[in-house]
Each structure stands twice: as structure tokens, then as C-alpha cells.
Design a protein. Structure first.
Length: 193
């Protein structure tokens, strides 16, 4: 099963990187699959550790998908890394093996520590809708603009019905982002093959 997390990693100099990542979940082992061009991949290769943060605050996914962000965080317990203040719970992991076949690495990690900060509330449809919208926002250069518009319209209905203010704001941020992002068609025009 894939669980959507905010993955924190550190570079050798100690700079923290925050990125939404869907990870293959296991109790003792978690598999991270970063594209080779990501900072996450470079950090995992160079420092061999990460923190898998689980949060119900979808604003972090919206902001992480649309910009290079820093969030409030505190030092992890066992690995060299940080735990999000907004985390409900987290896993600290160490890299065990890495297959860096392009385009996407497969990084097998061992869970070396886990912690809980606060309750994770039950399912909320708007939160899931925002997650889907965040993933679409990372694919504007790959998908036709019309498809993005249609999917956003469908997801907005769910947000309107079931969101709280945080989810509404996160959806608004993503909507604004995809409106101005280069689409697959526009990217093609800008750089014809
Ligand atoms: C919910 C969600 C899940 C994502 N999962 C992955 C993933 O598994 N692998 C990946 O390379 N990018 C994934 N992304 C896209 C990355 O978050 C995005 O490319 C990010 O810019 C990479 O960040 P980095 O260069 O800071 O590591 C995901 C995005 C979202 C919104």
C-alpha cells in the first residue's frame, strides 16, 4: 500500500528538504521511490537517512507540490534529520539498499524509530481531493490542460461539500498554481521537438 507522506531529508551540509512522497508502507521496512532528479534522491544517496512524516494537514502537500518550502520542524530522535511540527506521527528510516535505475529510484529503508505527536482524525473527502489536486499540480507539464481543468472541477465539488477552511485554502492555492503553470501543450509550443 502507498501512503502519502511529507518526507524530510538532509544534505551533507545539514540543509533540510521537505517533499511530498508516496511511500510503500511496511511495519519494519518502507520503500521510497524518488525520481532521480529530485533533491530527495540526492540526499538519500548522500546521507542515507530520512523521516517519513504522516500528517492530516493537506496544506503541506499543496505547498510542497508547488514550491520549494521549509516547514517548522524539530530534530529527529535517532537519525540525522527532522520531524515536522505538523506531523501526527512519524517513522525515522535508514537506507538499506538502493536501485537507481532511471527514471525513478527504489530506495529500501529500515524503520529505526517511530513516534506519535497527536491524533490522526478519520477520513475527510476534501483532504483526499486536495491530495489528488496536489499530484495533478506536479504533472501540469505532462497532462493536457483540458484534463487538469476537468479533474480540478470535479475535485472542487468535493472540497465545497466537505472541507474546512484549511482544505479550502489549500485547494485555492493549487487552483491558482495550475492556472498559471505551463501545461503540456504550452510546454510543447515553447520547446518544439
Ligand atoms: C501526494 C504526492 C506524492 C508524491 N510522490 C512522489 C514520489 O513518490 N516520488 C517522487 O519523485 N515525487 C513524488 N511527488 C512529487 C514531488 O513531491 C515533487 O517532485 C517534489 O518537487 C520533489 O521534491 P525534491 O526535489 O524537493 O525532493 C509527489 C507529490 C505529491 C503531491
Amino acid at each position: 500500500m502507498i501512503i502519502e507522506s511529507i518526507l524530510t531529508t538532509m544534505d551533507p551540509a545539514g540543509k533540510v528538504n521537505f517533499a511530498p512522497m508516496g511511500v510503500e508502507w511496511g511495519d519494519a521496512e518502507i520503500v521510497i521511490k524518488p525520481f532521480l532528479e529530485t533533491t530527495t534522491f540526492r540526499n538519500l544517496r548522500e546521507t542515507g537517512a530520512a523521516v517519513v512524516n504522516l500528517t492530516d494537514d493537506v496544506m503541506l502537500f499543496a505547498r510542497g507540490a508547488t514550491s520549494d518550502v521549509q516547514f517548522p520542524a524539530a530534530p529527529a530522535s535517532v537519525v540525522r534529520g527532522v520531524v515536522l511540527e505538523a506531523a501526527c506521527s512519524w517513522r525515522e528510516v535508514e537506507v538499506r539498499s538502493m536501485d537507481a535505475t532511471p527514471p525513478r529510484a527504489r530506495v529500501v529503508t529500515t524503520v529505526v524509530h517511530r513516534g506519535v505527536r497527536r491524533e490522526f482524525l478519520g477520513f475527510n473527502r476534501a483532504r483526499h481531493a486536495v491530495l489528488e489536486a496536489a499530484i495533478l499540480a506536479t504533472r501540469t507539464h505532462l497532462l493536457p490542460a483540458e484534463q487538469i481543468r476537468e479533474e480540478f472541477a470535479r475535485l472542487q465539488v468535493i472540497v465545497d461539500k466537505t472541507a474546512g477552511p484549511r482544505e479550502r485554502d489549500a485547494m485555492a492555492l493549487l487552483t491558482e498554481y495550475v492556472r498559471s503553470a505551463p501545461t503540456a501543450a504550452r510546454a510543447e509550443q515553447a520547446a518544439p521537438r
